[in-house]
Ligand binder design. Structure first.
Ligand code: IMP
Length: 217
């Protein structure tokens, strides 16, 4: 995706205090600020679904990257299934789930574990695949996953990530459809977690030092 087409989240234009919106009280001390309110996420998901459907040329296998991608996946699929292509056709969808893990606390472990059986991979042959991810940070998870999936000769693979982090650690990978480019901070909420906490928070927020310590492993 051309970077001019995503929303650039900077502290100057996205700076919400925790008092501006409702957050679960059990996270009162664990968050620094709200970066992207839930309503803005939902509006952006609608537009991303429109862009994806406009480029769609037939049945689509939509792959959810678990666990962080599940909320974006669920909301995106809900919109896509109600849309039609420019020439008025609805899109037959099938859904797949891939579990990927690479993070410990707030740092990438470098060791990307992908849970996919040989049998599941064979299903991708000749299909149009859309991968749905929560966030691209260094990009190494996605590059590894794409290498693995390409071995199974899908007809096409496109990737959408709700977030991309503006970090010097990036390997340069950019997905086809991006919602927001965010500052180089650890974010939680809308299914993004810190050691499995904060998935029950609707807004995308910056975690506080207190939060990092409270839930460190
Ligand atoms: P990458 O391989 O460095 O691009 O990391 C991608 C994965 O790391 C994502 O799928 C997330 O699970 C996780 N991740 C990276 N940054 C964050 C963050 O700020 N919050 C929560 N998870 C993150």
């Amino acid at each position: 995706m051309d970077p001019r087409k995503w929303i650039d989240v900077t502290p100057e234009n996205f700076n919400y205090s925790l008092d501006h919106f409702v957050i679960p009280s059990h996270y009162d001390k664990d968050l620094e600020s709200i970066l992207i309110p839930h309503g803005v996420i939902m509006d952006r998901v609608e537009k991303l679904a429109r862009l994806i459907v406009n480029d769609c040329k037939g049945p689509l296998v939509i792959c959810c990257i678990l666990k962080g991608g599940h909320q974006y996946f669920a909301d995106l699929v809900n919109v896509i299934k109600k849309l039609t292509t420019k020439d008025g056709h609805s899109i037959p969808l099938s859904l797949e789930f891939i579990r990927v893990k690479s993070y410990h606390n707030d740092a990438s472990s470098g060791d990307v574990r992908i849970s996919l059986t040989e049998e599941e991979c064979q299903e991708f042959k000749g299909k149009n695949i859309l991968i749905v991810e929560d966030i691209i940070d260094t990009g190494s998870t996605m590059v590894k996953l794409l290498k693995r999936l390409e071995q199974y000769q899908p007809s096409s693979i496109r990737v959408t990530s709700l977030l991309i982090k503006k970090t010097p650690k990036s390997n340069g990978y950019i997905p086809d459809y991006v919602g927001f480019a965010i500052p180089d901070a650890f974010v939680v909420g809308y299914a993004l977690d810190y050691n499995e906490y904060f998935r029950d928070l609707d807004h995308i927020c910056v975690i506080s030092e207190h939060g990092k310590q409270a839930y460190a492993q």
